[in-house]
Design a protein around this ligand. Structure first.
Ligand SMILES: NC(=O)c1ccc[n+]([C@@H]2O[C@H](COP(=O)([O-])OP(=O)(O)OC[C@H]3O[C@@H](n4cnc5c(N)ncnc54)[C@H](O)[C@@H]3O)[C@@H](O)[C@H]2O)c1
Length: 307
């Protein structure tokens, strides 16, 4: 079986690329990225046995994947992704991300490839104790252009559900290290600031409020599970390792780095309201995601340990 990873140089794509040899069914992997983020380092020292081939491509062009043949699965990671920075960059972000998905849908329909579509738990913008995939529409209130685009993408796929096989996975905020690691999301940013003895800025509203997080290890476990079990249900699933407050994350950081400086700040994004996201739906399918994100914190602090 052959795999295509779009956005292979990013935080998630680079982790999947490095570990793809662990999915025995995959014999060849095509990698695509426009490298506008300049993360060439994601391509350093890749394993020969993984049988990887990289293509520098902008996939916002509808026919940009046309020449790839015999692809069985697509993990679609190509996207502009910084939610906080999406304010003021709406036009560019809508165009890029929606056009990329159009290209991928066209490709999957033509080649009959099965698609992993990565949405985000940030589509749950309203306060509720526990939100699941069947929550009332009023709880789907994206609080940033980034999250709004995710919902549009989900609807694009629902319209295509008769024409292709896919899963939409609402990923929690990623923790853990990869070659394409970014430091603008909560856990990683806090670890970076702790490591360089800088202030850790925390949104005032977020300190004691729960939000969903996903270890890269569990993200990979999810892809592996679906490919091995041929699990593609044309449906939406929350994918997370656990729900934590920022305080709980800071506590875990303090276990490995004693003196950290926390400063409370205001924010533009208001989806810091407390909510637990349920992972029961995917659990019922036999996939248990329980990786301890404290290990990710430890790994990230270790990576930065000699700065
Ligand atoms: N990281 C998270 O916390 C998180 C959480 C939930 C969902 N997601 C989703 O998972 C997916 C991957 O996220 P990530 O963290 O790896 O993102 P990332 O920003 O680290 O990587 C995205 C990659 O896509 C590439 N790209 C962007 N536009 C492209 C284009 N037009 N053509 C080709 N390549 C292009 C970029 O160069 C980059 O390497 C995204 O859809 C993101 O929204 C991520």
């Amino acid at each position: 079986m052959n795999l295509l990873i779009t956005g292979c140089c990013g935080h998630i794509g680079s982790y999947v690329t490095e570990n793809i040899h662990k999915i025995k069914k995959i014999k060849k992997t095509i990698l695509v990225d426009n490298i506008k983020s300049n993360r060439f380092c994601s391509l350093f020292n890749l394993k020969k046995k993984s049988n990887l081939k990289f293509y520098l491509r902008d996939i916002d062009k509808l026919n940009s994947l046309n020449d790839f043949k015999k692809i069985d699965y697509v993990i679609h990671c190509a996207s502009m992704t910084n939610a906080e920075k999406s304010f003021g960059k709406e036009k560019q972000m809508y165009k890029n991300n929606i056009d990329c998905l159009k290209t991928v849908i066209k490709f999957c329909k033509k080649s009959k490839a099965k698609l992993f579509h990565l949405s985000s738990t940030s589509v749950y913008g309203k306060q509720a104790n526990l939100v699941d995939e069947n929550c009332e529409k009023k709880y789907l209130k994206p609080q940033s252009p980034y999250a709004d685009i995710k919902l549009i993408e989900e609807r694009m796929l629902i319209k295509e559900r008769k024409n292709l096989r896919y899963n939409t996975f609402r990923f929690g905020t990623i923790s853990g290290i990869s070659k394409g690691i970014r430091f603008h999301t909560a856990v990683n940013k806090f670890c970076l600031n702790a490591a360089i003895n800088e202030n850790i800025y925390v949104y005032k509203t977020a300190l004691n409020q729960y939000r969903p997080y996903l270890s890269l290890k569990d993200a990979f476990k999810t892809f592996k599970f679906c490919i091995e079990k041929d699990f593609f249900k044309n449906d939406v699933y929350n994918i997370l390792s656990g729900n934590f407050t920022v305080n709980q994350i800071l506590k875990r950081i303090r276990k490995h780095k004693k003196n950290i400086k926390v400063k409370l700040v205001k924010t533009e994004i208001m989806n810091q309201l407390s909510y637990h996201v349920s992972k029961k739906k995917i659990q019922r399918e036999g996939l248990n995601l329980n990786y301890d994100i404290e290990n990710d914190i430890k790994d990230t602090l270790k990576l930065l340990g000699n700065i």
